[in-house]
Design a protein around this ligand. Structure first.
Ligand SMILES: N[C@@H](CCC(=O)N[C@@H](CS)C(=O)NCC(=O)O)C(=O)O
Length: 250
């Protein structure tokens, strides 16, 4: 059985989509990142980056295997199930390059756009413009790719599963799908898939609130070290005051 350490945010949902699409049996352990559960020493042993998603394959062929980082987890699950990551080299690396594009590009940039546009405790016009523009550029890249292929890497793959949950927040990123008709087509096709619908319904009632912001923003190395028991707590791990602007993760 695979244990998914999960919160219903885009990075958690991408793994839930993969598990549902692959038909792998799994159980969900909710990690409430809005209440600081990502700093529990037991969780940090599995996910030293104090972020979801993480997973444990309790029945892995060589013994229990724990992983963090959504891209690594998606590749593992694709190989475990033999689905959604082609074997021939050209198709495999095409899929991996788009997966890495999401994990290293769209995800972090969209996350910053969410922060500056919806959650920051002060309005920073430069930050808002920089990340809204960069997400817009990335949407343009995705639009061009989807004008050539039905899915990001040709056939439906873990690259699409990684990207789709981030597009659900296009409005928060300052983007309109009417400007990107190929993304809109692809987005609707995935939204209609029962596996995607099951995945996004997982824990959908959970939302970050002002207390959540105290745990999610203003993190430093000192805070993680203190939580992991590797260094004494210092004053700079005290959470900043909550903002009243917006709710949600990330
Ligand atoms: N690079 C990571 C990013 C994961 C990530 O940002 N997770 C967020 C939720 S979407 C999180 O756990 N945040 C908790 C925190 O920052 O303390 C991945 O792809 O798995």
């Amino acid at each position: 059985m695979i244990e998914l350490l999960f919160y219903p945010s885009p990075n958690g949902q991408k793994v839930a989509i993969a598990l549902e699409e692959m038909g792998l049996p799994y159980q969900v352990t909710f990690v409430d990142i809005t209440r600081g559960a990502q700093f529990d020493p037991g969780f940090l042993k599995i996910s030293p980056n104090n972020k979801i998603p993480a997973m444990i394959d309790h029945a892995a062929p060589d013994g229990p295997l724990a992983l963090f980082e959504s891209g690594a987890i998606l590749v593992y699950l694709a190989e475990r199930s033999g689905q959604f990551l082609p074997s021939p080299a050209a198709a495999r690396y095409t899929c991996l390059q788009w997966l890495f594009w999401q994990v290293g590009g769209l995800g972090p940039m969209a996350g910053q756009a969410h922060h500056f546009r919806a959650f920051a405790s002060e309005q920073v016009p430069y930050g808002i413009k920089r990340y809204t523009d960069e997400v817009n550029r990335l949407y343009g890249v995705l639009e061009r790719q989807l004008s050539l292929h039905p899915f990001m890497a040709g056939d439906y793959s873990i690259a699409d599963m990684a990207t789709w949950p981030w597009i659900t927040h296009h409005e928060r990123q300052g983007q309109s799908l009417s400007d990107f008709p190929q993304i809109a087509r692809w987005y609707a096709a995935m939204a209609a898939r029962p596996a995607v619908q099951r995945a996004v319904s997982l824990g959908h009632e959970r939302h970050a609130d002002a207390i959540g912001h105290q745990h999610l923003y203003g993190q430093t190395a000192a805070r993680v070290n203190a939580a992991a028991g590797t260094a004494p707590a210092t004053p700079d791990h005290v959470p900043p005051p909550a903002t009243s602007r917006g709710t949600g993760v990330p």
